[in-house]
Design a binder for this molecule. Structure first.
Ligand code: GCO
Ligand code: MG
Length: 400
């Protein structure tokens, strides 16, 4: 049988809603056979586009599509410096596309190639939010009415009362927040929501790395009484050693990983059981190949998956998440941000969620396609990102 090779590597950039999405399309030497992958790093889409077009594409052209692992290993070191954003995103997209191709060749959904299903669908959580605790409760009840049993509760996005802050004269512009006000407000909000909706609903919360390390330890202890399903990103990747202090002082389940790029970030947290859920962005960590390996490694330590699934993961990336979710024996929960009908039109096969579960369509590979003509109607726009220019009340720059 003739070897099927990589004939072309194309990048599809589209912004049908807020997020700028990056799709890699690998066209093979077999007529009609191609694969799709998500390489989305929404804040730096030009850089990922250039990395794909100028560096990864020349490296990939002509290679045997069956050699997924070999290509992944070689691609990761081909630029010498490795395990960072942008290049990882490019490789993630190509890797997902190669798995999509292999599934199409095998005429099987990707989850079959990983080892088959451990579940028929992936339980998902949605994002409840509001300006005060009553609005958050109302938002959570809307999800409950749709059958969701897992709900992330935030108040004012990632919180911090920007509108009330006292800043110094001449303070620089930016996305201000007060971490201490955030802590007080969130405890009040969680108390209200847990009291009102009861214990059967699993509540999640995302600190988004926005507390001082010692305050993160305190907050994890303070929320213990609300029995969260998990508390996400209590610390920044730069402060990984502080996870020991949280683990030693409280039993709040911890989720971490969306900001990770390197095995050196997740490996110690898994081996020392310092977290409970892995939150990596599969389009950031290198694709399905490393995600599958890390899920299996984490399974040995009782740690579950909760792959990153925001609006700045493309529907192709959500499809990759879903296949990993259906297979993994240690699946925890899947984050899901409902797309508009427009996005479903651009990406036929985008996973459907019913009664709090995400279902596959059982088409081969990732089971998703892209209408390139329609995608081209929503070109990515340039923007200096504002929400990540975060500042403390006195104007000090801080992590977003
Ligand atoms: C989440 C994430 C997102 C990020 C976003 C960054 O838990 O879904 O924290 O909300 O802020 O993906 O671009
Ligand atoms: Mg998060």
């Amino acid at each position: 049988m003739a070897t099927v090779t990589i004939k072309d590597v194309q990048t599809i950039l589209t912004q049908p809603e807020g997020s700028r999405l990056i799709i890699v399309k690998i066209v093979t030497s077999q007529p009609g056979l191609y694969g799709l992958g998500c390489a989305t790093f929404t804040q730096r889409f030009h850089a990922v586009h250039a990395a794909i077009e100028k560096h990864l594409k020349p490296f990939l052209l002509g290679r045997d599509v069956s050699l997924i692992e070999e290509i992944w290993q070689m691609a990761m070191v081909n630029g010498y410096w490795r395990n960072g954003p942008v290049l990882n995103n490019a490789i993630s997209g190509a890797d997902q596309a190669l798995w999509d191709i292999k599934g199409k060749q095998a005429d099987m959904p990707l989850y079959q190639l990983l080892g088959g299903k451990c579940r028929e669908a992936a339980a998902v959580y949605g994002h409840a939010d509001g300006r005060d605790e009553h609005e958050v409760e109302d938002s959570a009840r809307k999800y409950m009415a749709q059958g969701y049993r897992y709900i992330r509760i935030q108040m004012g996005g990632y919180g911090g009362q920007a509108e009330k802050l006292v800043k110094p004269e001449g303070a620089q512009p930016g996305a201000y927040f007060d971490p201490k006000a955030y802590m007080r407000d969130m405890l009040r909000m969680m108390e209200h929501v847990r009291t009102k909706i009861g214990d059967e609903i699993e509540l999640l919360h995302d600190i988004h790395e926005r507390l001082q390390t010692i305050d993160a330890v305190q907050f994890a202890k303070d929320v213990e009484r609300f029995k969260l399903f998990f508390l996400e990103d209590p610390l920044a990747p730069e402060d990984l050693e502080w996870f020991h202090h949280i683990r030693q002082q409280c039993s709040t389940p911890i989720a971490m990983g969306e900001l990770f790029n390197s095995p050196r970030e997740w490996q110690p947290l898994i081996a020392e059981k310092l977290i409970d859920f892995l939150r990596m962005h599969v389009s950031q960590m290198g694709g399905v190949t490393p995600a599958r390996n890390v899920a299996a490694f984490a399974n040995m330590y009782g740690i579950r998956t909760a792959w990153h699934g925001p609006g700045d993961t493309s529907p192709v990336g959500h499809a990759a998440n879903l296949h990993l979710d259906l297979w993994a024996p240690n699946f925890g929960i899947q984050e899901w941000c409902r797309f508009s009908e427009r996005v479903y039109e651009i990406f036929p096969g985008t996973p459907e969620v019913r009664n709090g579960y995400m279902y596959p369509n059982d088409k081969p590979g990732l089971g998703i396609d892209v209408n390139e003509e329609l995608a081209a109607k929503y070109p990515c726009t340039d923007e200096v990102i504002g929400w990540t220019q975060t500042r403390l009340p006195d104007g000090s720059p801080t992590r977003p």
